[in-house]
Design a protein around this ligand. Structure first.
Ligand code: PLP
Length: 366
């Protein structure tokens, strides 16, 4: 993490689970975009088409997305929850719910008038494979890979198991706070989405989805059957424009430019190294939680402890620790909702350097 930005000393390092610290190269890419007039170009121009293609290919390389998946841009991850349901669900969806974001996906399906069924476990828990039964009638299964509200990360093998149990269903996976760390096997998923203000270290306002041929075909079938699949951001409208590397509306060119550049930086560093560093920093943070006289792990089962969002319970309440960290230049996250006053959450994204994490662990243990 850098201490200065555009020649000035930065006030704080953000370890919040999102929005979070910006990737260290963002300022340079922003300045470069300004100088080159990237934010003034027409979204129907050759220049935009080239930019869009570069960003999509960089995202594809970072996440290992196969060539037959389409990559679409929208406003946010929340938008992708709505679009997934609109495009692929006629009657029934099925949701694994263990916190605020997985619940939001389910609520969106219910708001759209679908029969949103769920397998729900208490906050802070993950799912075990033999404990659930997925209805055969579920057209789409929603999985939140990393439940940011609680710091529970599911093993990717869980997703594979779900696919084996429900081979006909569209599987939609929210990877907002585990990307770009997570390595999915795209043979087992259909819709994978994220927004950029967490693990990619970018300003908010861009949601990206990878959509399988099967999910596209499902949307097409529903459209041909006379159903509504939405308007400008239906999978079919997006696919039609995407064929020309365009978007149906004037998109977030700033976000698309920065995402492409940061993905290139991640690739230059090497995704193996990015993931290795994430594991190293997660180990440092969990060690600090274990050794701290006033912290306790918030996720009991080690198998479900997130590598990218580290939660902890603070004895006597989290406010004094959060204030003390701030005095030393570190903004850390509070617990989610009812745990706001008693827990902390610390993000561990590629923008967070090993060195900065080491410094932070001193604050967490003394
Ligand atoms: C932050 C978050 C979202 C929502 O992202 P937006 O960009 O606000 O739509 C969805 N899912 C998870 C897991 C998140 O952490």
């Amino acid at each position: 993490m850098q201490d200065t930005i555009l020649g000035k000393k930065k006030e704080f390092a953000y370890f919040t689970p999102g929005p979070s610290e910006l990737y260290p190269t963002v300022a340079d890419h922003l300045a470069d975009g300004l100088v080159r007039g990237v934010f003034s170009i027409s979204h129907r121009s050759e220049a935009f088409m080239a930019l869009s293609e570069v960003t999509k290919e960089a995202v594809r390389a970072v996440l290992g997305i196969p060539a037959d998946f389409r990559i679409f841009f929208a406003g946010s991850a929340t938008e992708w929850m709505e679009r997934s349901i609109e495009n692929c669900v006629e009657r029934e969806s099925f949701h694994f719910v263990n916190g605020a974001f997985s619940k939001k996906f389910k609520d969106i399906a219910a708001d759209l008038g679908r029969d949103a069924k769920a397998f729900e476990v208490p906050f802070g828990e993950g799912f075990t494979l033999d404990a659930f039964d997925i209805p055969r009638t579920a057209e789409l299964i929603a999985i939140t890979h990393n439940e940011t509200s609680s710091g529970v990360m599911l093993p990717v093998s869980f997703i594979e198991e779900v696919r084996h149990r429900a081979p006909e269903s569209i599987i939609a996976v929210d990877i907002v706070s585990s990307a770009p760390y997570v390595e999915l096997d795209y043979a087992h998923v259909d819709i994978v989405f994220f927004s950029v203000q967490k693990g990619f270290g970018l300003p908010a306002g861009l949601g990206v989805a990878a959509v399988s041929p099967r999910a596209l075909a499902r949307a097409e079938e529903r459209k041909n059957a006379g159903r509504s699949i939405g308007s400008f951001h239906s999978f079919l409208s997006l696919a039609e424009k995407d064929a020309k590397h365009q978007t149906p509306e004037t998109p977030n060119v700033l976000g698309i430019h920065l995402l492409g550049e940061v993905c290139k930086d991640l690739l230059a560093k090497g995704m193996d190294e990015v993931r290795r560093e994430t594991d190293e920093k997660a180990a440092l943070l969990y060690k600090a939680v274990a050794e701290s006289p006033f912290l306790k792990p918030a996720v009991a089962d080690e198998a479900f402890r997130s590598r990218t969002v580290v939660p902890a319970e603070v004895e006597g309440g989290s406010a004094p620790l959060i204030a003390r960290a701030k005095e030393q230049g570190f903004i850390i996250g509070s617990g989610y909702k009812e745990r706001k006053a008693s827990h902390i959450r610390i993000a561990n994204f590629p923008a967070h350097s090993v060195e900065a994490v080491r410094e932070l662990t001193h604050i967490l243990t003394t």
